[in-house]
Design a protein around this ligand. Structure first.
Ligand SMILES: [Zn+2]
Ligand SMILES: [Zn+2]
Length: 298
């Protein structure tokens, strides 16, 4: 599997679908492509461990029990340092005045991942939480930019280590709202041309189906508590919420499109305004990702 599939065509699609995205689409494309080529260059240093492979029977057994596969991923220091440095360079083209602050953010990401002298780190849930909560030294870099920075670096690092067979596993026996492979909560999904609700993992890019009339966080099926809203010009990204647990998830409405929509991560980046509105309405994401900017919080 490519780390970020079909970047060019998916971005062109997103530019058409989500007005306003064009302004940053090029910068996003540069960052994503730079991370992908970094990953390709470093791939030889990253032997895919055997325990990241599962056969279908083994996987089904775990899926029936509601247990994600959670392959043990270990990221070498050289790989992580390279990815966060590449991300910092990419973001400094978007924020030319913040080059130094972005470099120090990259250094903070390395320190949070590993102690001095450690040559690799296990990409566990706890480590992901710790990296998502790094606060930049400079106020000029908001939490939303930090989230974008760290999610792109983490997604690259994680996907580099996955056995390619994992994405070919049938997930029909999986009935949970979190990811069947890595266990992270979903942040977005899509309604496909058949009206099926597919969730996609921000970290490992796995996809699985989940019932439409059910809250992905608390499992509530009460249609009075479940609803969605859209914001002007981003009608293709309805935000589904649950007023019982106050969580939201973005569902890209691709029912009218004959498209594979193979890279929903880019749709997510094109519709971050929806996250800001959801947050200002008092909803929190079903994932651990926070896109609230500093200004919004004040
Ligand atoms: Zn995942
Ligand atoms: Zn709920």
């Amino acid at each position: 599997m490519k780390i970020f599939p079909n970047v060019g065509s998916e971005l062109a699609f997103c530019r058409d679908m989500y007005p306003g995205f064009s302004e940053i689409a090029e910068d996003i494309e540069d960052i994503v492509r730079a991370l992908a080529s970094d990953a390709a260059r470093l791939q030889d240093d990253v032997p895919i461990p055997d325990d990241t492979s599962f056969d279908q029977d083994e996987a089904d057994e775990r899926f029936r029990l509601g247990k994600p596969l959670c392959p043990r991923v270990r990221v070498p220091r050289a790989v992580w340092e390279s990815l966060v440095t590449t991300a910092a360079k990419g973001f400094s083209r978007m924020y030319p005045d913040q080059g130094e602050a972005l470099t120090s953010l990259a250094e903070a990401m390395v320190r949070r991942a590993m102690d001095d002298g450690e040559e690799s780190f296990a990409l566990t849930d706890e480590k992901i939480d710790a990296l998502l909560s790094v606060t930049p030294e400079s106020d000029a870099i908001g939490p939303d930019v930090t989230t974008l920075f760290v999610t792109l670096a983490l997604a690259t690092a994680y996907r580099m280590h996955l056995h390619p067979d994992l994405h070919r596993l049938d997930t029909a026996k999986w009935g949970e709202a979190h990811c069947p492979i890595c266990g992270q909560g979903a942040h977005y999904g899509m309604l496909d041309p058949d009206g099926v609700r597919l969730l996609e993992c921000w970290l490992c890019a796995a996809r699985w189906s989940f019932p439409r009339l059910c809250c992905p966080h608390c499992g509530l099926k009460d249609h009075e508590a479940l609803g969605y809203f859209t914001i002007e010009s981003l009608e293709m990204c309805p935000v589904y919420f649950c007023s019982h647990c106050s969580k939201y998830i973005k569902m890209f409405d691709l029912r009218e499109y004959e498209t594979e929509a193979s890279n929903l991560m880019l749709h997510n980046l094109a519709t971050l305004s929806c996250d800001l509105v959801a947050s200002s309405e008092g909803f929190a994401s079903t994932s651990k990702l926070c896109w609230t900017s500093m200004e919004e919080e004040q």
